[in-house]
Design a protein around this ligand. Structure first.
Ligand SMILES: Nc1ncnc2c1ncn2[C@@H]1O[C@H](COP(=O)(O)OP(=O)(O)O)[C@@H](O)[C@H]1O
Ligand SMILES: [Mg+2]
Length: 128
């Protein structure tokens, strides 16, 4: 397994008005790794993942992808770089497989070649 991080969040700080949700958080992800982000309610888990997935675009700190600093502009931008997020609770579609839930936006995309299809969803949902 390659120990060079493919994704690094460095010194991430996020405020919502006066509320400090994240204070200098670091997170590294290497190819093939699976992480569990654990913490009490309001610890900032969702906020960090929303930054990672391009939902929150205003924060302090550095986002590094494959060794290059990047600034994601949207979830669509993140998805185009292979970063997707399954949001908590009501956003999972029970009729779809895990792979299809991960890539349903791309699979259902009305433009292009008519979507990813189930095999491609499964291929892309593999770790590593
Ligand atoms: N959109 C938002 N506007 C204002 N405060 C927020 C917003 N999202 C999260 N927060 C606050 O930021 C802190 C971290 O929340 P969150 O990231 O949802 O924590 P967790 O997912 O670990 O429960 C909490 O105090 C929460 O109330
Ligand atoms: Mg949460």
């Amino acid at each position: 397994m390659n120990s060079t991080p493919v994704l690094e969040l460095k010194n991430i700080t996020k405020r919502f008005r006066t509320l400090q949700a994240l204070d200098n958080v670091d997170f590294d992800l290497c190819q093939g790794e699976i992480h569990a982000l654990v913490g009490e309610n309001r610890a900032g888990k969702s906020t960090l993942m929303r930054i990672l997935a391009g939902v929150y675009t205003e924060y302090q700190g550095t986002y590094v992808l494959d060794g290059q600093p990047v600034h994601l502009h949207s979830p669509h931008d993140a998805l185009a770089r292979g970063i997707g997020m399954i949001h908590q609770e009501l956003s999972v579609i029970p009729e779809l497989s895990v792979a299809e839930n991960m890539f349903w936006a791309a699979a259902a995309h009305p433009f292009g070649d008519g979507g990813l299809g189930q095999n491609e969803c499964c291929r892309r949902s593999r770790i590593g």
